[in-house]
Design a protein around this ligand. Structure first.
Ligand SMILES: [Zn+2]
Length: 346
């Protein structure tokens, strides 16, 4: 899905192009994505209104219109925006994937495209927007000034789940998706399956810093590229979408592992396991060195048991066979067919 850094760029480009402009036409393509919260058709709800703001909130894009009206879009997995100039808008046919199109007074057109039709487009009275699912219950915005170390620490203390699942809980942190969860955990040197309650103060410090730094870096990089808004710029990522390839920091093969509903990409050396996960990823064959000699590549981490992380992971290899249904062996099987698990960054 477009994630926070992508949406920061889209929101800023659309603000520049659309704020102050009146909507002169509105039409829908596949209506599956529409969630009308007003008792009138889509076009009637929007035509004649002027765009007052286009902003990102969490992983949503919010179009504020005059007269207490909003259009709020959650693009989910593959939704994207396209802005067409007057000439292109007049001769371009509606694509099959079109969710909606808004025409503006200057002849330009904004299209929301969604191949999978998984996105959601809410049209509502601004005064009702807090009842929009997920949107109305977003946690603290992770690039807002209010997201400080103390606030993050408060959130961490309440959690009993795995760190990657915590980071992707939109009601706690707004909003981190699959790609940047992987990048942040890599930057912090934390294994995605680490239990939040096992994080040391130093781990939490690194995680907080990584959230701020990774997102700020990505926002700056995407802005620097100045691609059209429909282009997802992800080629600078360190681990996401790179399973089977060497870690840019230490050369160990990056792995994909199942965490909750999604796949996490991580480096087994830079992000050592702190739990007995049954598999020593560093001893599995891969295109890069199976047993990396670089052991000090990752950031230093405190180990609550006092044992070196490498020793603990090695010990796990000699453990009894895993119970049926354990999560990690599934990941192990997947790792042997990298062609099957590799996928485009999401
Ligand atoms: Zn590494």
């Amino acid at each position: 899905m477009p994630e926070l850094p992508d949406l920061e760029y889209v929101a800023s480009e659309l603000s520049r192009a659309l704020v102050g402009q009146a909507i002169v036409s509105a039409r829908t393509g596949d209506p599956t994505v529409l969630r009308m919260m007003l008792p009138m058709p889509f076009a009637e709800a929007l035509v004649g209104r002027t765009v007052r703001a286009v902003e990102r909130r969490g992983h949503f894009l919010r179009f504020a219109l005059d007269g207490d009206r909003v259009a709020i879009v959650n693009a989910m997995l593959v939704g994207k925006y396209r802005l067409l100039g007057p000439e292109e808008a007049s001769r371009s046919k509606d694509p099959v994937a079109m969710g909606f199109a808004l025409g503006f007074a200057d002849g330009s057109e904004l299209r929301y495209l969604d191949d999978k039709r998984m996105g959601k487009v809410y049209v509502a009275a601004a005064s009702d927007e807090s009842s929009i699912p997920v949107f109305g219950n977003l946690g603290i915005d992770v690039i807002s000034p209010g997201f400080d170390r103390a606030r993050f620490g408060d959130l961490v203390r309440r959690r009993r789940d795995q760190v990657r699942m915590f980071m992707m809980d939109k009601s706690a942190l707004a909003s981190i998706g699959n790609a940047y969860a992987d990048e942040i955990l890599f930057a912090a040197g934390i294994h995605p399956k680490t239990m939040v309650r096992k994080l040391t103060a130093s781990d939490v410090d690194r995680l907080y810093t990584a959230i701020r730094d990774v997102l700020a870096g990505a926002i700056a990089e995407i802005a620097r590229r100045r691609e059209p808004i429909e282009v997802k710029v992800r080629d600078f990522l360190a681990v996401r979408g790179r399973d089977g390839k060497p870690c840019p920091r230490c050369g160990t093969t990056i792995r994909a592992v199942r965490v909750g509903d999604g796949d996490a990409c991580f480096c087994p050396t830079c992000q050592p396991a702190t739990r007995n996960l049954f598999v020593d990823w560093r001893r599995l064959p891969g295109p890069a060195a199976a047993t990396p000699t670089v052991t000090d590549a990752g950031p230093p981490r405190a180990d609550p048991a006092g044992a070196p992380a490498a020793a603990k992971v090695t010990a796990a290899v000699g453990s009894p066979p895993p119970p049926a249904g354990a999560g990690e062996p599934r990941a192990r099987a997947r790792s042997r067919s990298p062609g099957r698990v590799r996928r485009a960054p999401t």
